[in-house]
Design a protein around this ligand. Structure first.
Ligand SMILES: O=P(O)(O)OC[C@H]1O[C@H](OP(=O)(O)OP(=O)(O)O)[C@H](O)[C@@H]1O
Ligand code: HPA
Length: 180
C-alpha cells in the first residue's frame, strides 16, 4: 500500500505531514521546554489515548530532570442528570506545588484541555502549561493560553501519529487529513 493515502472505515485520507516534519517540530518544542524548565523538575501529564506517540518522541528530546505520568478524561453518564460528565483518571503522582506540563496530541475546540485545567487546578500545582502537538486555531471555542504548540493546522479532520478515526489510524507514522 502506498504511504500517500489510507482508507480507514468509510473515509479516505491523504498525507498531510511527513514523520520527519513532525519530528522536527517536536525537537523545536523540546528546545523551548528544556530552556524554560531548567530550574524545575516538571511533571509531564500525557493525555491518553491520542498523545502516546507525541509523548514518546518529545520525552526523548527532554534533557532536564522530569517525571511523566499518563492520565485520561473518562466520560460517563451522570445518573443524576442527562449530561455526560468527564472524570479525571490516572492521576497518581503528587502534583501539589509541582510544575505540570499537559501533553496533548491535538487542541481542537479546546474543550478537553479546558476541563483538564479546571480539574488539575484543584490539586494546587505550582504552575500548569499545555504542550500540544497540533492546534486548530479556527476551531477553538475556549480562551486558552497555549504556551507550547508544535504545529498549527487548518480545520480539517486528521489522523495518524496517535490520532484516530473511530479507533483506527493511531499507528500511522505520518499525519493524514480526510479527503474532501
Ligand atoms: O479540543 P477538543 O475538541 O476537546 O479535542 C481534542 C481532544 O480530542 C481527542 O481526544 P478523544 O476524546 O477523541 O480521545 P482519544 O485521545 O482517546 O482519541 C484528542 O486526543 C484531544 O484530547
Ligand atoms: O482532527 C482530529 N482527528 C482526530 N481526533 C481529533 N480529536 C479532535 N480533533 C481531532
Amino acid at each position: 500500500m502506498s504511504d500517500s493515502t489510507v482508507q480507514l472505515h468509510d473515509k479516505e485520507f491523504t498525507i498531510y505531514l511527513q514523520e520527519n516534519e513532525i519530528r522536527q517540530a517536536i525537537e523545536r518544542l523540546a528546545v523551548q521546554i528544556n530552556q524554560d524548565y531548567k530550574e524545575n523538575t516538571p511533571v509531564f501529564l500525557a493525555v491518553l489515548n491520542g498523545s502516546f506517540m507525541f509523548a514518546s518522541d518529545l520525552m526523548k528530546e527532554i534533557k532536564i530532570p522530569c517525571e511523566i505520568s499518563f492520565i485520561k478524561l473518562a466520560s460517563y453518564q451522570n445518573t443524576q442528570s442527562t449530561g455526560t460528565v468527564k472524570e479525571l483518571v490516572g492521576l497518581n503522582e503528587e502534583v501539589r506545588s509541582r510544575h505540570i506540563i499537559i501533553l496533548e496530541d491535538i487542541v481542537d475546540t479546546g474543550h478537553t484541555v479546558s476541563v483538564l485545567l479546571e480539574k488539575l487546578q484543584a490539586f494546587s500545582p505550582a504552575s500548569i502549561q499545555i504542550a500540544s502537538l497540533l492546534l486548530k486555531p479556527a476551531s477553538l471555542q475556549h480562551p486558552l493560553q497555549l504556551k507550547y504548540t508544535a504545529l498549527s493546522i487548518p480545520n480539517d479532520f486528521v489522523v495518524g501519529y496517535g490520532l484516530d478515526y473511530n479507533g483506527l489510524g493511531r499507528n500511522l507514522r505520518h499525519l493524514y487529513k480526510v479527503k474532501s
